[in-house]
Structures are given as C-alpha cells and as structure tokens.
Design a protein around this ligand. Structure first.
Ligand code: GLP
Length: 266
C-alpha cells in the first residue's frame, strides 16, 4: 500500500493517468475497472487528452464499472452508463461492446442472476488488471456501504441516507435518488491486480484517515485495502489533512528510487 499526497487534484489525476497509460501501452487489451462520481472526472479528461494528443489506444481495452443505480436505464442522465458514455467512452475509441456496467433495469429474481452474470464476465475477461476507486465520505467503495461484508461479491445494496444526500446533486430532486444499487463486492474489488484510489478535498479526510491508519473494519469499507498489496491512495492536501503519518508518506515519496517513478509524477 502506498500513500501519495499531491498538491492538488489535477496533479494526482495526472499521476493516475500516467499509470493507466503505462498499463495500456504494455497490455493493449488490459481490463480496467472504472468508477463514477466527481473524483475521477479529471483523470478521464487527462486520458481523453492522451488519446487525442498522443494516440493512446483504447480500442482493445475492456472495462468493468463498479456499480449502477437500480431502476435507471442507460439513457437516464444520472445513470452510471450515461455518465461513463458522456464523460469517457464516447471520446476514447473504446469498443462499446467491451464496456461493462451492471444493468440497472433488472428486478426481482433477475437481480441475483445479473450479479452472477457480472461476476462471470469479469472472470472470463481474466480479472481486472487495474481498478480505479473513489471513496464515499463514509468510506464506501463502489456502493459497498459501511457494514458490507469484506468478502462480498456483486450484489444489491441499499444506500445510506448520507450517500443518497451526497449523490443528490446528480438528480433533479433528492427524492429521485434510488434507494437500491448493484455493486461489485469488496471481495470482487480485492481481486483486482492493482487498485488506484483517488480522494480529493477535506470532505474525504476522515474516510481516508480511517481507511489508511485505522483498523480494518467493515465500518470503513476502504480499510480492507490495507490487505491489498498493490494499492495506491492518490490524495490531495485536503483529503490528506487528517492523516497522522503524512510526513512519513511525503518522505517515502521524496526518497523513491528513480526507477520507481512514473512519468507524469507531480
Ligand atoms: C458514489 C460512487 C462511488 C464514488 C462515490 C464518491 O457513491 N458509487 O464509486 O467513489 O460516489 O463520489 P465523488 O467522487 O463524487 O465524491
């Protein structure tokens, strides 16, 4: 696990983009796990820029998103399918049939079948090479709210009041935020070969301090990443502001051997 404090979201996003670009250049059919929310937007913009300006080729890449709201179809402006299309997929030349997001239009008995289908799709793609994560202000990853089993797989979850409030800005009215979602499980996320968790701003500072320096607990689902060997937390000063060992993380970064550095750092 590595904690990298960047001066601002733009530089943290450039670093994440450099790591993804390096993977895609080395493995053109890489399997990327993708996230939604405001946090990864700069990262997606930087990857779009690299596609246009540097010919970064996404044509063979396969993608799996973390989650989707139940009840929202792909054309709904707040659906994560719509978010991904407009903010990323439409601009990078990826094959749309290779972009996977759980269906928000399943109901009743079809829900577990859709979740099993999603798990099987990830497995048959060979697993996720690199998973992008944001973090909820309560420590959730994907939509795995506090109390989620740390071994969970893709399944239906009920959002907390706080997450519905946090995400209300994407909907015309707070009451429109669905109560239920499908999300990759924490066990599913933990099988990704590499994880990049991005967090920006003071509203994420407690969640980050708990995840990185607190006990491993389902009360802060991101804390399970302490058990993941290839996880990088890419945070800005605001999100780092409650870390007790921030001086040490900066010291580690500043003294990295040259060969460990990635083009695009800071
Ligand atoms: C949602 C998503 C998460 C995301 C979180 C934080 O709940 N399901 O994947 O990390 O929002 O969003 P933001 O980046 O907008 O703060």
């Amino acid at each position: 696990m590595e904690l990298i404090i960047s001066p601002d979201p733009a530089s943290a996003s450039r670093r994440a983009a450099a790591l993804i670009a390096a993977l895609v250049r080395e493995k053109p059919d890489a399997v990327l796990g993708l996230a939604t929310g405001s946090t990864p937007l700069r990262l997606y913009q930087e990857l779009i820029r690299m596609h246009r300006a540097e010919g970064l080729d996404f044509s063979k890449v396969r993608t799996f998103n973390l989650d989707e709201y139940l009840g929202l179809g792909p054309e709904h402006p707040a659906s994560y399918r719509h978010f991904m299309r407009t903010n990323f997929f439409d601009h990078i030349g990826v094959d749309p049939t290779q972009t996977h997001i759980p269906s928000g239009l399943v109901n009743g008995h079809v829900v577990p079948a859709e979740c099993a289908r999603y798990e099987e799709l990830i497995r048959s793609a060979g697993g996720i090479d690199l998973q992008i994560l944001g973090i909820g202000s309560d420590g959730h990853i994907g939509f795995n709210e506090p109390g989620s089993s740390l071994a969970s797989r893709t399944r239906i979850k009920t959002l907390t009041k706080r997450t519905r409030e946090d995400n209300a800005r994407f909907f015309s009215s707070p009451d429109d935020v669905p109560h239920h979602v499908l999300t990759m499980g924490i066990g599913t996320i933990m099988e990704s070969r590499t994880v990049l968790l991005l967090a920006f701003g003071e509203s994420k500072a407690s969640a980050i301090a708990g995840a990185v320096e607190g006990p491993i607990t389902s009360s802060n689902p991101a804390s399970i990443l302490q058990m993941h060997q290839e996880t990088k937390f890419l945070v800005d000063e605001g999100a780092a502001s409650k870390l007790e060992r921030s001086d040490y993380y900066r010291w580690v970064y500043d003294n990295k051997p040259a060969w460990q550095r990635v083009e695009g750092d800071r």
